[in-house]
Design a protein around this ligand. Structure first.
Ligand code: CP
Length: 306
């Protein structure tokens, strides 16, 4: 039985196969419409979500399966003190696969150690968000036709943004990847990722504070929101929250074939006047999130469609 805790749980070959499967699903959705008939997905969300929960549910429904679950810790027996391990033992009796989001780093890992069904990490604290990474990779591959030889700007809250941490882990396995890390000093990428992931893999990167300085060099700009829920005090969040605002003027500094991604939700960091720019790919990214999660469910359940 396989789980997905981190993008590194999949080899590059498996990842490429999964993205190929997602693209086939996009091209021929009817072929997969009954693939999971009789199967159930449980969504166990201890933290708020719109895209990750609903896209997992949409994915299972598109495959002909069913869904059950809870959308907050308050509406589950976690509010009475039940442990993650007891919860997953229980859910293993009801469902065939589950997706778990939790504010504590490592909680989905605890779950998979006590689970008899595949567990998908749907985001654990400031740690990892592997299904967002699969979505991001599929989007990058579709807009740029490759996953290698790219200069990728990661902008915003690089300290707490788990989507950034997961994406870096996945991309360093491709050749010719360069990063421009765009953040204020307080929200720099954690040292353990700079040293253990970037330096150890001999990845070229530089750190800048001004978004304008990076724009002309980018193939992809990955914007992120400042993660309000991870700050220890409101004052720091208020000071940081509008540090970057991508608008039409700044987009003029970017190449014609530079695409903007964002895991969403956005707050103020991308002005709505950018939405009509053909290089704004963040709503296409949302759609790809469904195809890639359909591919992931099929892969983890070892279901093959001819
Ligand atoms: N991208 C993402 O994780 O969005 P949600 O928090 O809405 O699930």
């Amino acid at each position: 039985m396989r789980h997905l805790m981190s993008p590194l749980d999949l080899s590059v070959e498996e990842l490429d196969n999964l993205l190929d499967l997602a693209q086939d699903i996009e091209a021929s959705p009817q072929k997969y419409a009954h693939a999971c008939e009789g199967k159930k997905l449980a969504t166990l969300f201890y933290e708020p979500s719109t895209r990750t929960r609903l896209s997992h549910e949409a994915a299972m429904l598109n495959l002909g399966g069913s869904v059950l679950g809870f959308s907050s810790a308050d509406s589950s027996s976690a509010s009475k003190g039940e442990s993650v391990s007891d919860t997953i033992r229980t859910v293993s009796c009801y469902a065939d696969i589950c997706a778990m989001r939790h504010p504590k780093e490592g909680a989905p890992m605890v779950a998979c150690q006590h689970s008899s069904i595949p567990v998908i990490n749907a985001g654990d604290g400031g740690h990892q968000h592997p299904t967002q990474t699969l979505t991001d990779l599929l989007t990058i591959r579709n807009v740029k036709s490759r996953l290698d030889n790219l200069t990728i700007g990661l902008c915003g809250d690089l300290k707490f943004g788990r989507t950034v941490h997961s994406l870096i882990n996945a991309l360093v396995r491709y050749t010719g990847i360069r990063f421009i890390l765009i953040s204020p000093e307080e929200l720099r990428l954690p040292e353990y990722i700079r040293h253990d992931v970037l330096d150890r893999n001999h990845i070229e990167y530089k750190e800048v504070v001004r978004l304008e300085d990076a724009m002309p060099d980018l193939d992809i700009l990955y914007m992120t929101r400042v993660q309000k829920e991870r700050f220890f005090n409101e004052e720091d969040y208020v000071r940081m929250k509008d540090f970057y605002i991508l608008d039409k003027e700044k987009m003029k500094l970017a190449p014609e074939d530079m695409y903007v991604l964002h895991p969403l939700p956005r707050v103020n960091e991308i002005s709505v006047d950018v939405d009509d720019d053909p290089r704004a790919a963040y709503f296409r990214q949302v759609q790809y999130g469904v195809y890639v999660r359909m591919a992931l469910i099929l892969t983890l359940l070892d279901i093959h469609v001819d």
